[in-house]
Design a binder for this molecule. Sequence first.
Ligand SMILES: [Zn+2]
Length: 231
Amino acid sequence: MGGVAEQAPEQIRRDVVTACRVLEAAGQADMVWGHVSIRDPDGRGVWLKGSHLGFEEVTEDDVILLSWDGETLEGSAGRHLEYPIHTEIMRRRGDVNAVVHTHPLHAVAFAATGWPLKCLSHEGSHFVPPDIARFTKTGDLVRTPELGKDLADSLGDRLAVLMPHHGITTAGATIGQAVAAATHLERACQIALLAGEHSIPSSDEEALQKRERSARHLEQAWGYLARSVGR
Ligand SMILES: [Zn+2]
């Protein structure tokens, strides 16, 4: 799975739906909330999952193209209120071609503890050290471009940001990296909760050594996750 430069709209729509199926299978569905986007290769904006649909319900026809200001350019499905998460992160980050936002159970519970995230498994090494980024401006919806910019500031140049009292957002060079980052972050948070506050992490040196393989590992995980949902 390469970047978006060579992708036709049909493939982008298909990848958004595959991402939704994978997130559903991974237990990250929260009824009709949570969304996935891919950058438009022609620079018009972002392709976003339509609103009012669960990850298992959405089809290729429910993926819409939004301008950088949130205007619907293609498609008839509704627009998620939190579309600025996607437009503002991709506006700021030229290296990001896909964004995932979900409300995963363990990540939300972990964020509420206030504990630093430690590298306790392979998954953790994608995110720490240093401690994972946190968006603390609000635990409410990110429904304005200003809040989207604040979230992009919190994410910085990293792969993921925890949103305490809300959820997570991940950003990848490819849809595969963004989706696998979401499944890995949820698992890292689940392990952190199981291990508890006084758990013993990998050394920073070991975690960073693992990090060197991060992009390739995430692509391999995505290949498996897509196959596992038959796509
Ligand atoms: Zn949300």
